[in-house]
Write a protein that binds this ligand. Structure first.
Ligand code: PLP
Length: 349
């Protein structure tokens, strides 16, 4: 019942193991909704994988994973002075990301001995130090006798090679005279780029932070289904739904599980949406010409149309007459964005 994620356990674990074996220094990222699989489950899987560190997105996410994974916990969002004090029980396990000179001093004043990774401002332009800022950070670290856990580089998703940019940052960092610098935490590098970095910076430990390619890297191990909750036959002109719109032709209304609360959105994530495609359906008098929008639910391999925008926990689909009509209780396929979906059930086979 409900919106269900089914995981082919042996296949998924096989992929995780292969990914970990191919990625020395792997740091699994378990943030947000845990890529649809929940952060708690990913934390336990990370222990099973045998890694020493996992990464969460925010400080708020620490409690949920800290009880399920025994190792170090890297927080990806940079520390800020307005954050509440850390649970003292986690003080030695948490690795803070710091991205501003003043925050190095503020954090070490508040939590002497804090474990710190310095984030560098990359072409993402999100957070982090400029090369000049690194010099000042190095001074603060020395003054506090702090434990530098390395540098962090958050790179844009691959568009050509990142290596030039990584080399430039590492050379800046080495030039800034950071004592004890021996680790670089990176994101979104390919296996080839990682191998090349390891070869050119052999005295550095490279720690790839990976989420999507690890947890969702073998999509064939995952399937998402919704349950048909109700089926109603309608004639052209029959009214239905919250706004009493009328059926444009005869067919069936299907009520299926999965709505806005699950993250089901109006547009299918990868639907054909080019203006040209739309124009041709309009010309054919297709159902989207009368305002029906493609849904992420499919029946018999065909993506179906929403009869109206998704409700909170269910959606209404329109099935024109002639189509095979599923029965109440049948499961139908759904295409979702895993990072934006909350499932009612996760079944690992
Ligand atoms: C989310 C995140 C990652 C993981 O990204 P994926 O694309 O899911 O692998 C890595 N590094 C940082 C800094 C992130 O915020």
């Amino acid at each position: 019942m409900g919106l269900t994620l089914t995981v082919d356990g042996p296949r998924w674990r096989g992929h995780l193991r292969a990914c970990a074996d191919a990625t020395p220094g792997l740091v699994p990222v378990v943030k947000g909704n845990g890529y649809g699989l929940t952060p708690g489950r990913l934390a336990r899987r990370s222990e099973w994988l045998g890694v020493d560190t996992i990464a969460v997105g925010t400080y708020e996410e620490l409690p949920e994973v800290a009880t399920r994974f025994p190792g170090s916990l890297l927080v990806l969002t940079p520390w800020r002075p307005f954050l509440p004090d850390l649970d003292p029980a986690l003080a030695t396990r948490v690795i803070h990301t710091v991205g501003r000179v003043d925050d190095v001093d503020a954090l070490l004043t508040r939590q002497p001995g804090a474990r710190i990774v310095l984030e560098l401002l990359t072409s993402m332009q999100r957070h982090g130090f400029s090369p000049r800022g690194l010099w000042e950070a190095a001074d603060h670290l020395r003054r506090h006798r702090a434990r530098l856990e390395g540098l962090a580089l958050h790179l844009p998703l691959a568009q050509g090679s990142h290596l030039g940019e990584v080399r430039r940052h590492l050379n800046d960092a080495v030039g800034a005279g950071l004592d004890g610098l021996d680790t670089v935490w990176v994101s979104h590098l390919t296996q080839a780029e990682l191998a090349s970095l390891r070869a050119s910076y052999a005295d550095f430990t490279i720690r790839p932070r990976v989420g999507t390619d690890l947890w969702l890297g073998d999509r064939g191990a995952l399937s998402v289904t919704a349950t048909v909750l109700d089926v109603h036959e309608v004639e052209r002109g029959d009214a239905f739904g919250y706004r009493a719109r009328t059926a444009p032709k005869s067919g069936h209304l299907l009520v299926v599980s999965g709505g806005t609360a699950h993250g089901i959105g109006l547009e299918a994530p990868m639907g054909e949406s080019s203006i040209k495609a739309r124009a041709s359906t309009l010309a054919r008098g297709g159902l989207d010409a009368v305002g029906f929008v493609r849904s992420p639910f499919s029946i018999d391999g065909k993506q179906r149309l929403f009869a109206e925008p998704p409700h909170m926990q269910a959606s209404m689909l329109f099935l024109p007459s002639g189509a095979h009509v599923p029965e109440v209780g049948d499961e139908i396929d759904v295409r979702v964005r895993y990072t934006a979906t909350t499932f009612d059930r996760i079944v690992v086979t």
